[in-house]
Design a protein around this ligand. Structure first.
Ligand code: ZN
Length: 367
């Protein structure tokens, strides 16, 4: 059937909003009518031709979405038409070695591996643009009225959960909060440094609140983002320069945990140096390829830990329902993350505003 989608037809150029063909779901697949899709930094990285998994056009970006199941392929049992779902960034097969040891975010099953490269399990795609197969961002492509995704990527949520903010749970929220709860495993009473307070960084801040951290130091170069960070629970704010000295002045010896959400190697090394012996640093932001990271080995030798994470090491069926519930209980601010809601026609303007750092999250909404 025909649908409207924002199509990437060349790098470093605006997306084209146009009619494209979307196929019926095959066995094990689900077609979801998208209600809302957030604009994320990794979509922008792809637009700029800097994503290792977005190498060809036509391509449909968008991967932070929620909607309503429209139809299901043969054999699908997890959801049925009419179900409200968050489209998770990874659908774990549950059968590979990594799933077997609980590392669902590293699922190496064939459907997951294909989705990362933007196709279905058999290498085909369900979206066609002028007769050409269009790949989709991590097997989703939610800058479109519909997506066809693998069954395990659909996480059912209550009908009354607001889809225009539930979409944020799929990427920005679960990445930030997962980095705190799943990766660093911040303990109550800890001191936490968060460097970079955009859409993901603010969720590291509220994750630290959920974990019971008592000192949350937010660092950024934009005054406005520091104000937002305070609203999300930061107890201290600093400008992002000479982090070890500034953090040391607030908490003697350095923070227990540091999160770098900038993806800038030089900032990550400063965040690492701002932790105390035994401290943990997590690289949350996605770094540029090929740039070395320089850290002082003596600091690492003092029992410090340096960790990476993919999307907060999320297990969607465990983490997304938990976050929906935290939001329902009023412990998670999702509305405050949304700076604007815009129709698909304005997706390129929304991208520009995210790029300028003018907004935390722009959400594309469909009627
Ligand atoms: Zn994202």
């Amino acid at each position: 059937m025909l649908m409207r989608a924002a199509v990437l037809t060349g790098f470093n150029a605006p997306m084209e909003v146009r009619e494209v063909e979307i196929a019926d779901p095959e066995p094990g697949e689900v077609r979801v009518r998208i209600a809302a899709s957030g604009v994320c930094g990794s979509d922008i990285k792809a637009l700029d031709g800097k994503s290792p998994v977005v190498r060809q056009v036509p391509f449909v970006l968008g991967h932070e979405s929620a909607g309503v199941v429209e139809s299901v392929g043969a054999g699908v049992t997890a959801v049925k038409p009419g179900d409200h779902v968050i489209v998770a960034m990874n659908g774990a097969c549950g059968r590979c070695r990594n799933c077997g040891r609980g590392a669902f975010h590293l699922c190496s099953g064939p459907a997951r591996v294909a989705a990362v490269m933007g196709t279905m399990r058999d290498g085909t795609t369900r979206v066609t643009v002028d007769g050409a197969a269009a790949r989709t961002m991590i097997g989703i492509g939610s800058f479109a009225e519909f997506v066809v995704v693998n069954e395990p990527m659909c996480v059912k949520i209550p009908d009354d959960a607001p889809l225009d903010v539930m979409c944020l749970l799929a990427c920005g929220v679960v990445t930030g909060i997962g980095a705190v709860l799943n990766v660093a495993q911040v303990t109550p009473g800890s001191s936490v440094l968060v460097v970079g307070c955009g859409g993901v960084g603010l969720n590291v801040v509220q994750g630290a609140v959920l974990a019971g951290a008592t000192m949350i130091i937010a660092a950024d170069v934009a005054e406005q983002k520091l104000k937002l960070a305070q609203r999300f629970g930061a107890t201290h704010t600093i400008m992002s320069q000479d982090l070890p000295a500034q953090v040391g002045a607030i908490v003697r010896g350095g923070a227990d945990y540091a999160f770098d959400v900038t993806g800038v190697p030089g900032v990550l090394s400063q965040a690492f140096a701002a932790t105390q012996p035994g401290g943990t640093t997590v690289m949350v932001g996605s770094p540029p390829q090929g740039q070395p990271l320089t850290i002082e080995p003596g600091l690492l030798f003092a029992s410090r830990r340096l960790m990476g994470t993919q999307g907060g090491d999320a297990a969607p069926l465990r983490d997304l329902p938990m976050l929906v519930e935290q939001h329902r209980l009023g412990r998670l601010d999702l509305g405050g993350l949304v700076s604007e809601r815009v129709p698909l026609d304005q997706v390129n303007d929304a991208v520009d505003r995210v790029r300028q750092g003018a907004v935390a999250r722009s959400v594309i909404v469909f009627d």
